[in-house]
Ligand binder design. Structure first.
Ligand code: HEM
Length: 252
């Protein structure tokens, strides 16, 4: 303390003696350099942190308290997804899956599309008991997602569902050989199967990318053979949606 009190002020008119308490010439030069730049690394960090905080605040306000990142929600920011990642996937047989249909309030509500199980507990009004789409809960009803037949098609069996995207042969065609018809049929079956695949992927993507639903696991094959597999006829609702050959444009 006494040393500090005895410190001499630095003379502005000339070089002072370099005692222990006065800064060395190099220290002085460094301080001068910092002063001349005006912005330190700390200042930059402060500005960036303020901008990030302001952006998060604005996003939270604009997205109605839904997101701090302007709607971008990486999986690790969603607690149920992180929890599922840590605890591991929930793979269930169809019989086990049927328990998760919302009738037991202590269990989450699951549905499956194309063998992937999704947790849809966030929407009990739609998937819970009495909900408009409760029939999807506790099962893999991929076929109904394609055909829209919510009574007959609550099954994962897609065999024959492509017929929905094939034209009804309602006219006698002249000027086309059997070989040409066969080739056309093959082409139409291929594109109908692609259409089924696309519809299934769209629904799978819907649940996978939904902000409140998330995938928990896969449906396990329990070895039980569905007696109806491959024998289902196209349901009436899907039949009605089929295009007629007579209404198709030439060459399409
Ligand atoms: C292939 C046919 C269809 C499928 C697979 C399907 C599937 C679904 C699914 C899964 C949901 C729930 C979405 C969510 O979790 O947020 C939903 C909601 C809804 N769908 Fe459909 N749907 C179909 C056709 C229709 C049709 C034709 C209508 C109207 C006549 C319709 C009206 C609605 C309505 C109003 C909702 C909102 C939720 C509700 O009020 O129940 N859907 N649909």
């Amino acid at each position: 303390m006494s040393e500090l009190r005895q410190r001499q002020p630095v003379s502005s008119s000339g070089p002072s003696q370099n005692t222990d308490s006065t800064p060395s010439r190099s220290q002085q030069r460094r301080a001068d350099t910092e002063d001349s730049h005006g912005i330190s690394v700390l200042d930059i960090i402060r500005v960036l942190a303020t901008l990030v905080l302001a952006s998060c605040g604005l996003s939270y306000y604009i997205t109605n308290s839904e997101s701090l990142l302007w709607g971008y929600r990486p999986w690790f920011t969603r607690w149920p997804v992180v929890k599922n990642y840590l605890t591991g996937p929930v793979n269930l047989t169809p019989v086990e899956l049927s328990l998760y249909n919302g009738s037991d309030p202590s269990l989450p509500i699951y549905l499956a599309v194309n063998g992937s199980i999704f947790d849809v507990s966030a929407n009990p009004l739609v998937y819970g008991p009495g909900g408009s789409y409760n029939f999807f809960a506790g099962r893999d009803a991929t076929r109904a997602f394609v055909t829209g037949c919510f009574e007959e098609d609550l099954t994962p069996d897609l065999i024959g569902a492509e017929e929905m995207f094939m034209p009804v042969e309602d006219v006698e065609e002249a000027g086309i050989t059997n070989a040409q018809k066969k080739l056309r049929l093959e082409r139409e079956i291929r594109s109908a199967r692609t259409a089924v695949g696309k519809t299934v992927s769209r629904w799978e993507g819907f649940f996978r990318n939904h902000k409140k639903y998330f995938q928990v696991g896969k449906v396990l094959d329990d070895g039980v053979v569905d007696p109806e597999k491959g024998k289902r006829v196209l349901c009436e609702g899907a039949q009605k949606q089929r295009q007629k050959r007579s209404e198709m444009k030439e060459g399409s």
